[in-house]
Design a protein. Structure first.
Length: 124
């Protein structure tokens, strides 16, 4: 405590080394909490994307089967939309991978959130 009192006499409040160390420690704790919260948020986002993808592709396949059973011709526009959707998902996954994983490694879907978070943290 003597050191703290000496610093108070020598340095202004905003330049006190003891206070600065306390602020740095608090910021480090805050960053750790924010990283954990980001991972939770990214995990929820990826779950939503995965479920939406499963649902949309499933619905598309069901509509194709129903059209076939009714003798309707398949809609080429729907095929294009599905191909575009799949391309967007693939490009997103490749973009995340390219920033965080070597080309020979193949992460599974659960790792995509960690990869994305890692890419964001490393870029900042």
């Amino acid at each position: 405590m003597n050191l703290d009192k000496e610093f108070q006499k020598i340095y202004p409040e905003n330049a006190n080394p003891m206070k600065l160390i306390q602020r740095i420690k608090k910021l480090q704790e805050d960053v750790t909490v924010l990283k954990d919260q980001c991972l939770v948020l990214l995990s929820a986002k990826q779950d939503l994307v995965d479920k939406a993808q499963t649902s949309l592709v499933g619905n598309y396949n069901l509509i194709q089967k129903m059209n076939a059973s009714l003798g309707e011709s398949t809609n080429g526009d729907a095929d294009d939309v599905l191909a575009d959707f799949n391309q967007i998902i693939d490009e997103w996954t490749m973009q995340v991978r390219s920033k965080t994983v070597g080309e020979t490694e193949e992460p599974d879907k659960e790792d995509i959130n960690k990869l994305l978070f890692s890419a964001i943290v490393h870029n900042n």
